[in-house]
Write a protein that binds this ligand. Structure first.
Ligand code: ATP
Length: 370
């Protein structure tokens, strides 16, 4: 069951035609978006696209210039930050250095005046959830970066918010720890059932943790969908290019009698064929987005393939599990092809200057209008 596919499902958060201006500058531009209960939702986009502004409006640090933001069906436009069932975890963690892990987690509960036994039980529960029992008596400087990140998470979850906002929560961690922590974060989100909204500029991180991703650009939503849909069926060249690696081939489109679209794209190169859910007229400009791993590289001419190109291996990136080949065509175009190294080394069978064939089926790519 996916709530975002159900027309009847009620969203937990609802942005309705929200615009946020800073003076003359429009940071968020008439944006509408629904986020559902229990979602792990990622806001993804380049620096300055408005991700943090979205979070700050949810937290109540900024008010929209126009439009409406609802939380659980209620307009929260005028509700101050501390009166919202929303908590925000910052990249810096902002732990109190002089307090123990235990007291850091208890801080918000104490301020709320929670009764001692209930408070104790709640802190213990948070320590268990984040596997920090052994570190309860330590101060922040006596634990590792990953552990500090977990303390910050435990503290943000202690008051059982309906919504937790995470602003680049793993930004301070190194790559390996970051990966492990992503899985922990997903696990904790699932266990608590809290709705998480995460801001990140790391597309792999968004793909890993999120149930759905919103790709933003210049204060607007470019696409909102599950990670696999964003990757497999991007709605624009911008999204295709932003998420993962992609070849973009621009050409003139002609619908064929077989229901495919023919793309004439370069003098002396064979036309390419694609299918598309979008309508393309004869003579229109189209952009074929094809992922490197969908391009098959071979030494012999493939027997059956809708698209076949001839080229020379120009560059190879060996990544252990994968190799990426940059193949140069006669007209100078570089096409990236990626293959999995499932067998040892033997599969690294192409080398620089090798003549190769590239091929893919008409359905392997996505033809986009722009
Ligand atoms: P980053 O990944 O770099 O944090 P972001 O996507 O989170 O970027 P925002 O912080 O939301 O971007 O900022 C969006 C735009 O609004 C930027 O161009 C920024 O300069 C502008 N902006 C944000 N806050 C203010 C402010 N208080 N006054 C003026 N302009 C602002």
């Amino acid at each position: 069951f996916a709530p975002w596919d159900e027309p009847e499902a009620k969203p937990l958060i609802r942005f309705q035609n929200v615009t946020k201006k800073f003076g003359e500058f429009t940071a968020i531009d008439n944006l509408s978006l629904d986020i559902y209960e229990r979602e792990f939702f990622a806001l993804l986009g380049p620096s300055g696209c408005g991700k943090t502004t979205m979070m700050r409006m949810l937290a109540g640090f900024e008010a929209p210039t126009s439009g409406r933001i609802e939380l659980a069906g209620k307009d929260i436009g005028k509700v101050p930050p501390n009166k919202r069932a929303v908590n925000m975890m910052f990249q810096s963690y902002a732990l109190f250095p002089h307090l123990t892990v235990w007291d850091n987690i208890a801080f918000g509960l104490r301020r709320e005046g929670m009764e001692t036994n209930a408070l104790k039980a709640r802190v213990e529960e948070m320590l268990r959830l984040t596997r920090l029992e052994r570190f309860a008596k330590r101060k922040p400087h006596q634990i590792s970066g990953g552990q500090r990140q977990r303390v910050a998470l435990a503290r943000s979850l202690a008051k059982a918010p309906t919504l937790l906002l995470l602003d680049e929560p793993l930004g301070a961690l190194d790559a390996k720890l970051r990966q492990d922590t992503q899985f922990e974060l997903m696990d904790i989100q699932e266990k608590t059932g809290t709705t998480f909204v995460i801001v990140t500029h790391d597309q792999e991180e968004a793909m890993t943790v999120a149930t759905r991703i919103a790709v933003m650009d210049e204060g607007q939503l470019m696409q909102v969908a599950t990670p696999d849909r964003i990757y497999e069926t991007p709605s624009s060249v911008y999204v295709a290019d932003f998420i993962g690696d992609v070849n973009i081939i621009e050409g003139r489109t002609t619908p064929t009698d077989e229901g495919q679209i023919r793309i004439d794209w370069a003098e002396g190169q064979p036309p390419l064929f694609a299918t598309s859910s979008q309508r393309f007229d004869a003579g229109q400009t189209g952009y074929l987005a094809i992922r490197p791993e969908k391009v098959v590289i071979s030494a012999e001419h493939p027997e059956t393939a809708d698209n076949v190109l001839r080229g020379k291996v120009h560059d190879i990136a060996y990544l252990g599990n994968l190799s990426t080949y940059h193949v140069e065509l006669a007209n100078g175009t570089i096409i990236k092809a990626q293959s999995a190294n499932t067998r040892r080394i033997a599969r690294r069978s192409f080398t620089w200057e090798d003549d190769v064939w590239l091929s893919w089926t008409a359905t392997a790519g996505v033809l986009l209008a722009r």
